[in-house]
Design a protein around this ligand. Structure first.
Ligand code: MN
Length: 232
């Protein structure tokens, strides 16, 4: 902005945000980092080696986070998958954060869905292309309300599950993460300058699968919360 500037030339976009449970306050979202293949059984089901390699990341657009309870089935795909994930919301940023201090940077946790156009992702993988059109489309990250760590602590174990129309599809335990939350924050902070408002989607356990319009998705993370989303 120059010294003569008096404002923005177009309307300032809304700040994406997640409601904080039990309050009328919002957590503003700056960036959304997602960890790929962070549960061994999901890595195996996707045809990969579950051994502990360095984590890899992709990003979703912050405005993909939605709390409307409805997931509009996206265009350009016929194979849209659910991925239930623990969401970590950072209240403090930094670079080269050490694993033993990493949890000090966490504001709270939520339960989210990393909705994925699996057909477009498979095509992108085959062509060696980036995943954006498979992962970062509109409304691709339905999320629950955020629960402050000051109320629930820092969950390192506990069930994570997802049902579609009342049938269990995904089950796992946070303790099965290949890269746990402190390690993920520490590793990510070596490559990016993290900041308050950044959120991390920490990967999904096995059992991913397709949804259809009209499906009722429900899921949760023990000690954090639940999410209910209708596919429309
Ligand atoms: Mn995912």
């Amino acid at each position: 902005m120059s010294a003569r500037s008096t404002g923005f030339v177009i309307e300032v976009p809304a700040v994406p945000s997640i409601p904080v449970e039990g309050t009328d306050q919002l957590f503003p979202v700056r960036r959304v980092y997602c960890v790929g293949r962070n549960y061994a059984d999901h890595a195996i089901e996707m045809g990969h080696d579950p051994n502990r390699e360095p984590p890899f990341f992709f990003q979703k657009n912050p405005d993909a986070l939605i709390t409307t309870g409805e997931f509009p089935y996206p265009v350009k795909s016929n194979d849209v998958h659910h991925e239930i994930e623990l969401i970590v919301a950072l209240g403090k940023g930094g670079s080269n954060i050490s694993p033993d201090r990493a949890l000090d940077h966490v504001y709270g946790y939520a339960v989210g869905l990393d909705m994925t156009r699996r057909d477009l992702q498979a095509e992108a993988k085959k062509m060696g292309r980036p995943w954006e059109i498979a992962k970062s489309f509109e409304d691709s990250a339905p999320t629950s309300v955020l629960v402050p760590a000051s109320e629930i602590g820092h969950p390192s174990k506990g069930a994570i599950w997802l049902d579609v129309n009342g049938t269990r599809r995904q089950t796992g335990d946070l303790a099965q993460m290949i890269w746990n939350v402190p390690d993920t924050i520490a590793y990510l902070s070596e490559f990016f300058t993290l900041a308050p408002g950044d959120v991390i989607m920490t990967g999904t356990p096995a059992g991913v699968g397709a949804v259809e319009r009209g499906d009722e998705i429900s899921g949760g993370v023990e000690g954090v919360g639940t999410i209910e989303v209708r596919v429309v």
